[in-house]
Write a protein that binds this ligand. Sequence first.
Ligand SMILES: [Zn+2]
Length: 137
Amino acid sequence: MARKDSILKLRELLVYRRDALRKALAGDLSMLKSLPEQTGGDVVDAALDAAQDEISSQLAEVESRELAQIESSLERMREGTYGQCEVCEGKIPLARLNALPYAITCIDCQRASESGGGGSVSNNWGSLVDSDFSYTD
Ligand SMILES: [Zn+2]
């Protein structure tokens, strides 16, 4: 019973977060569109704008990825499979769900997959740094 209440609370939180992300993404996109028109003739300004443009679009990518995770969490809540480990089908502890509402595996299965295949999150940060070398002397 307490677990169900906690999941309902998490659901409210996820819905709120989803709406906030949607707004942020909509705002980011309109900002990105307006950038080229505001750019003057200054090369440095243009370079800075390009860098900010790059960062904004990468942030938007991260945000839309989070949005997708939220959507699938809400989907699982509708199906009644939220909080259930996708690998071993055991219950994911509430403490873990509170810390990481999009968790789809329990800690044991998460660790098992991390030691096996390597984390995808750190790879994303790696690609952020990689794409940063585009400036030239
Ligand atoms: Zn598991």
